[in-house]
Design a protein around this ligand. Structure first.
Ligand code: PLP
Length: 362
C-alpha cells in the first residue's frame, strides 16, 4: 500500500526500533525490563536511558523548561489546559481549527473559539481575557498551515495569561517558537512509537499534576515510565534533529511534484505559511468518500484520523469557509522521510484515475 497519511502517523524509524529493543528484555536480558524508578543497578541503567532520551526530546524544544513524558499529546493537552486553568482562571481561548483534544477541552471548560482566515491562519485577537489560557497549534494537522504562535503569545502574555502550543505537527520538522509556556508533542508523528509524548513546561510554572500516584517524572506525572517507549521517542527526536534540513528538503521536493501532478485541483489553506509535507485539496464534483474506496491501494484520508468515522465533514474545512459540498470533495495527503518520488507519483496517479472514473456517467 502506498502510504500518504503522514499527518495521522509516521512509520517507525529503524533507529527508534533499535533503541526500543534494548528495553524490551525478557528474563534472560541484563535488566532490559527494569523499572527506571528502582534503586539497584539495572533500574538505574533504565533511568539513565530515560534521562538521555529526555535530553534528546528537549533539544528540539526551547531552553528554560522541563520535558515531562506523557502517554501522548492528547494527555499532554488535557493536562495542560485543565491544570493551567487552576493557575489562570480567566477563561480559555483557542483557534477554531485546533485538534479535537484541544477543542473538546475548550468545550468542556466553556471556552471561546477564535476564527481563522480563508487561508487557514488563526486571527490574532486584539486582546485576550485577563489571566486566562490560550491554545494555538503550530501546524494544522489537516491543511498544514503554520499558525501565528508568536503573535498570540505576545497578546496572551500582555493579558497576564499562559499559552499552550500544540506543536505535534511541527515538532522535529520546523523550529519551535520561543514564547509558549506549555508545549505538547508526541513521538509517533516523528517516526517514534505510539503511546508516548510529552508536555514541555516553562520553568517557574508550577503546573498541578493531573495523574496522581507515584513520584515519577519529577512528581508531575505519576505512573511507571516505559523505558522502551521513551528510548524510542529519544532516538526518533535525535534523528529528526540531525535530519531536519534533509527531511524538509525532501518534503519540499515531493510537494513540488504533488502540486504539478494535481494541477486543476484547488489547494485548501495557505500556499506560503505551511508545512510542505501536507497537501489538502479538492476537485469540484468529486465525492471524496468514493475516492477513498476506489483508490484503495493508497492510504490517505478526508481529514484527521480522529474525525474519521464521525460522518461529519471536517471542522477545519468548514472554518476556512468551504461549503459542505467543497468539504466533501476534499482529501488530505501527507508524505515525509520514507516516501519515494515514485511512490508519490503512483499514489497520485491512482487518486487521479479514481477521480476520472467519477466523471463517467454510472
Ligand atoms: N494534536 C495534533 C495536531 C495531532 O495531529 C494529534 C495526533 O493525532 C494530536 C494532537 C494527538 O496526539 P496523540 O496521538 O499523541 O494523542
Amino acid at each position: 500500500m502506498i502510504y500518504l497519511d503522514y499527518q495521522a502517523t509516521t512509520p517507525l524509524a529503524p533507529e527508534a526500533r533499535e533503541a526500543m529493543l534494548a528495553w524490551l528484555g525478557g528474563p534472560d536480558s541484563d535488566g532490559g525490563f527494569a523499572n527506571p524508578a528502582a534503586p539497584y543497578r539495572i533500574g538505574r541503567a533504565a533511568s539513565v536511558a530515560v534521562e538521555m532520551a529526555r535530553d534528546e526530546v528537549a533539544a528540539l524544544l526551547p531552553k528554560g523548561g522541563r520535558v515531562i513524558f506523557t502517554s501522548g499529546a492528547t494527555e499532554a493537552i488535557n493536562w495542560a489546559l485543565r491544570s493551567a486553568a487552576k493557575l489562570k482562571p480567566g477563561g480559555v481561548t483557542a483557534s477554531a481549527i485546533e485538534h479535537a483534544a484541544v477543542l473538546q477541552c475548550v468545550e468542556a471548560m466553556a471556552g471561546a473559539l477564535v476564527p481563522v482566515s480563508s487561508d487557514g491562519i488563526a486571527v490574532v485577537p486584539d486582546a485576550f481575557p485577563e489571566n486566562g489560557i490560550a491554545a494555538l497549534m503550530l501546524v494544522n494537522n489537516e491543511i498544514g498551515t503554520i499558525q501565528p504562535v508568536t503573535q498570540w503569545v505576545e497578546r496572551v502574555h500582555a493579558a497576564g495569561g499562559l499559552l499552550l502550543c500544540d506543536a505535534v505537527q511541527g515538532f522535529g520538522r520546523i523550529a519551535i517558537p520561543e514564547g509558549p509556556d506549555l508545549i505538547a508533542v508526541t513521538a509517533h508523528k516523528i517516526h517514534g512509537p505510539k503511546g508516548i509524548g510529552a508536555l514541555w513546561i516553562r520553568d517557574g510554572i508550577d503546573l498541578p499534576p493531573m495523574m496522581l500516584g507515584g513520584a515519577q517524572e519529577m512528581g508531575m506525572r505519576a505512573g511507571t515510565v516505559s523505558p522502551a517507549l521513551v528510548a524510542g521517542f529519544g532516538a526518533a527526536a535525535r534523528v529528526a534533529r540531525e535530519r531536519m534540513a534533509a527531511d524538509a528538503a525532501h518534503a519540499e521536493r515531493l510537494w513540488a511534484i504533488a502540486q504539478a501532478e494535481m494541477a486543476g485541483w484547488n489547494i485548501n489553506g495557505s500556499m506560503q505559511a505551511r508545512w510542505h509535507g501536507n497537501l489538502n485539496l479538492r476537485l469540484e464534483g468529486v465525492n471524496a468518500t468514493r475516492l477513498l474506496s476506489d483508490a484503495r491501494g493508497v492510504a490517505f484520508t478526508l481529514g484527521s484520523a480522529c474525525g474519521s468515522g464521525s460522518g461529519r465533514s471536517s471542522h477545519v474545512l468548514r472554518a476556512i469557509g468551504l461549503s459542505e459540498t467543497e468539504a466533501r470533495a476534499s482529501i488530505r495527503l501527507g508524505w515525509g522521510r520514507f516516501t519515494s518520488e515514485a511512490d508519490l507519483r503512483e499514489g497520485l496517479g491512482a487518486i487521479k484515475s479514481a477521480a476520472e472514473l467519477q466523471k463517467v456517467p454510472a
